[in-house]
Design a protein around this ligand. Structure first.
Ligand code: SF4
Length: 216
């Protein structure tokens, strides 16, 4: 499998934000969002080729319970299903950070698997790639993350949350595009639209470390 980086840190986002987690970042993505902060995972990517067993050994060596599989887009990676099954059998909590443009059905119901599923709004220019059918598989342990860079993204997030009842069936998060949108404006938007059971999520790794620092 093509691994861009692997490291132990705290989860910067999601329901386990602030908890220790092992991160495995895979090469490649099927989307091209202008604001992407992990372009190094698909533009001239420098990766190491690791077997499933080597990845599992690394994860075991970190001695924590949470594993985050990310990218790029991790679900494009050959062998990802077998890796997930292996981690599941070992009892890990496996967070799949996926971009919303991959059908997640194959991974639904695997013990320990939770999804952080992106919705790419208007400013991503990738909105037509979103697979909205995925929402029927989500539950209370999962997250739909709306990356918001402007008011259009916020308005679309609201539309999708209400249309698919995401604030009842799962956990919608509004995630500001770093440095692009005013945080008070996001809170005002939530108040003005009575967006309950919806969370403003700040990426805490970008507060703790430099916003471009890798491997944290
Ligand atoms: S889906 Fe994620 S990794 Fe892929 S281009 Fe968009 S922001 Fe970057």
């Amino acid at each position: 499998m093509k691994v861009i980086e692997k490291f132990l840190s705290i989860n910067g986002e999601g329901l386990k934000s602030g908890e220790l987690a092992v991160f495995i970042r895979f090469m490649g993505c099927n989307l091209r969002c202008p604001y992407c902060d992990t372009k190094y995972s698909y533009i001239n990517p420098k990766y190491e080729e690791l077997s499933i067993d080597e990845i599992v050994e690394y994860i075991k060596s970190c001695n924590v319970f949470n594993v985050t599989l990310t990218g790029g887009e991790p679900l494009l990676q050959d062998g990802i299903y077998d890796l997930i099954i292996k981690l599941s059998n070992l009892g890990y909590r496996i967070e799949l950070e996926t971009n919303g443009a991959i059908d997640i059905k194959k991974y639904v119901g695997i013990k320990g698997v939770v999804f952080t599923l992106d919705y790419k709004g208007p400013s991503s220019l990738m909105e037509d790639k979103m697979i909205l059918d995925n929402y029927k598989y989500l539950g209370k342990n999962d997250v739909v993350k709306f990356v918001c860079g402007d008011i259009n993204d916020l308005n679309r997030a609201k539309e999708i949350i209400l249309k698919y009842h995401l604030n009842e069936i799962t956990n919608p998060f509004l995630s500001p595009m770093y440095g692009e949108i005013s945080l008070p404006l996001m809170v005002d938007f939530m108040k003005d639209n009575n967006l309950c059971n919806t969370r403003l999520q700040i990426q805490i790794h970008k507060i703790i470390w430099d916003k471009d620092k890798r491997g944290v």
